[in-house]
Design a protein around this ligand. Structure first.
Ligand SMILES: Nc1ncnc2c1ncn2[C@@H]1O[C@H](COP(=O)(O)OP(=O)(O)OP(=O)(O)O)[C@@H](O)[C@H]1O
Length: 249
């Protein structure tokens, strides 16, 4: 068995059932520190449930779930896991529409700040620098004074990724980021995530194979709650079982 040293995420023999149905079935998946991984698989393969287990929303019936080497995630609850440094972005963007792009990031910065202090107190130079850095990463520096409500769907997704970054997570879980995006936004999102992956570990769940190809990272295909195939996209896409359950449909 692989050793946990040097891993950011280590799932071993994880199972969870809902009313007798095994949504996750003896799942093992290891992510190295600094790695970005794409997760693919048909509807109901267990992708969301796997993310729920990692973030503490769902407790596994059995198996090991370790973060950053030796932190046993099954011993922590959802807020605790977020504090440990796992950030999750759901498919639908949930930004503060009536605030500016800049304030959305400011409100998300890690640390002891009340909403009042974040919005009205004198801003610290360090915070401002960090906000600029994040806005540059998520391609929104030119829109910092815009109301979030006025962003395109794709830009809202980027803003929410920026809000995740403001929490300074070690591992980002990103669920179907390019659903509903234009082709140009999709291509830019691949570049943006690659930039983020230089300093973070990232798991991206996505159905858009063109986008997954652009990410150019190791791919894991889930099926019926466990790993069906894993490796470079070309290797996974050539796997007859993957074609049968997913790509060929
Ligand atoms: N809370 C729950 N109660 C009962 N069944 C559940 C629950 N959560 C998930 N399931 C079932 O577990 C299986 C895996 O679902 P999951 O949402 O993890 O798949 P997925 O790979 O994320 O699919 P999709 O691509 O559609 O998002 C599905 O058959 C689903 O119906």
């Amino acid at each position: 068995m692989t050793t946990k040293a040097g891993t950011i995420l280590y799932l071993n023999g994880v199972s969870v059932s809902f009313d007798g149905f095994r949504a996750i079935n003896d799942l093992s998946l290891v992510l190295d520190k600094g790695e970005m991984r794409a997760i693919i698989g048909p509807n109901g393969a267990g992708k969301t449930t796997m993310m729920d287990i990692i973030t503490g929303k769902t407790r596994p019936d059995k198996g090991e779930v370790f973060f950053d080497g030796n932190i046993d995630l099954t011993r922590h609850d959802e807020p605790g896991i977020a504090n440990l440094g796992i950030g999750r972005k759901f498919q639908k963007p949930t930004v503060f529409e009536s605030h500016t792009v800049e304030d959305n990031i400011r409100l998300s910065l890690k640390g002891e700040r009340s909403v009042f202090a974040a919005l009205f107190a004198k801003n610290s130079v360090a915070d401002d620098r960090r906000i600029t850095e994040i806005l540059e990463t998520v391609r929104l520096d030119g829109r910092r004074d815009a109301l979030a409500a006025n962003l395109s769907h794709g830009q809202k997704q980027w803003l929410e990724i920026g809000m995740l970054l403001a929490q300074d997570p070690k591992l980002l879980l990103v669920d179907e980021p390019v659903a509903g995006m234009t082709d140009a936004e999709t291509a830019e999102t691949a570049r943006l995530l690659k930039d983020i992956a230089r300093e973070h570990s990232v798991i991206v769940v996505e159905h858009d194979m063109h986008f997954v190809r652009e990410l150019d990272v190791k791919v894991t295909c889930l099926h019926e709650g466990s790993v069906l195939a894993e490796g470079p996209l070309d290797h996974v896409a050539a796997d007859q079982r993957v074609v049968e359950v997913y790509l060929g449909r």
